[in-house]
Design a protein around this ligand. Structure first.
Ligand code: PMP
Length: 317
């Protein structure tokens, strides 16, 4: 994994501060109990300059996660949207990852610290494809994790709460130490849920499917984009839960996510998926990459140009 490369500024409670000065106290409540909600967003180079992909949807998901977790964010959606756009511009970035986070600050300790100030920060830096360029090209090797995906009775799975990611960390570390590239997590009931940081899709007999939201998956924005792309390209699609065995017998499997883009899965637990070719995945991958880079006019409403933040309003998104 490549090391984080600092950029110039970080949006910190509404102000731009130098990268090295965006600091918090070690007794920050959110650090101790994982009480933080974040987003993972990408800006991509387009012929009209850097454009953030589906920014409004990402910020809406942040707000929804905060609601589930009873967190009062002291910023409006528009302030966070503007913050992301201005930050990309301020740092002179093109292709980058944008990470907004809101968290419970220093103040009271103990599990319930509802009176603590909620701090907001947004950072942006250059970050290549999470599962690697080679993975995107040739596909990756996965294993089914012995860790189940968090159950909806344990934590709200649709929220990108930092605490939820202890589950992903365990699954990912175990998969890597066993020599695989990524983990696939099942629900406690044995349905396929998702990767440690990606949604999963299956192709069988020409039909594309992905687990339902009630399987406790994160409602991925790339997942939603892939579904739209499939529909627009006449690829039959249904939201449908499936089990481990359905992965072994799939014609194609792939992961998708903001960090991972669209990455084919070549093997699951040492079984080669299909015949090792991914024609449907490839079509979706290419269309997705073209869409995020502003090459498909139809998908332009998904883009917010960082070079013109002043004219951006949520109504126009
Ligand atoms: N599942 C999990 C657990 C994730 O962390 C992510 C990344 N945010 C995804 C799925 C994919 O979501 P998105 O397409 O919105 O990045």
């Amino acid at each position: 994994m490549e090391e984080l490369q600092p950029t110039k500024k970080i949006w910190f409670d509404g102000k731009f501060v130098p990268w090295d000065e965006a600091k918090v106290h070690v007794l920050t409540h959110g650090l101790h109990y994982g009480y933080a909600i974040f987003e993972g967003i990408r800006a991509n180079s387009t012929p009209k300059g850097p454009a953030i992909f589906r920014l409004k949807e990402h910020i809406k998901r942040l707000m929804a996660g905060a609601k589930a977790y009873r967190m009062q964010i002291p910023y409006t959606e528009d302030q966070l949207i503007q913050g992301c756009l201005n930050l990309v511009k301020e740092n002179g970035l093109n292709d980058c990852y944008v990470r907004p986070i809101v968290f419970s600050s220093y103040g009271e300790m103990g599990v319930n610290a509802g009176k603590n100030k909620i701090t907001g920060a947004i950072a942006a830096w250059e970050w290549g494809s999470y599962l690697g360029d080679e993975g995107m090209e040739k596909g990756i090797r996965c294993t089914v994790s012995s860790w189940a995906r968090i159950d909806p009775r344990t934590l709200p799975p649709h929220a990108k709460c930092s605490a939820n990611y202890a589950n992903s960390i365990l699954a990912k570390m175990d998969a890597l130490s066993a020599g695989y590239d990524e983990a696939i997590m099942l629900t406690v009931g044995g349905l396929v849920a998702e990767g440690s940081g990606e949604n999963i899709f299956r192709v069988k007999d020409g039909i594309l499917s992905t687990p339902t939201k009630t399987a406790g998956v994160l409602e991925g924005i790339t997942r939603d984009s892939v579904i739209q792309i499939a529909k627009d390209n006449g690829i039959p699609f249904r939201e449908e839960d499936f089990i481990r065995e359905d992965m072994f017998t799939a014609d194609e499997l792939f992961f998708c996510g903001t960090a991972a883009n669209v990455t084919p899965i070549r093997e699951v637990d040492n079984r080669v998926i299909g015949n090792g070719k991914f024609p449907v995945t490839r079509k979706i991958q290419q269309t997705y990459l073209d869409a995020i880079h502003g090459k498909i006019a139809k998908y332009e409403p998904w883009l917010s140009y960082a070079s013109t933040p002043a004219i951006y309003t949520s109504e126009k998104a």
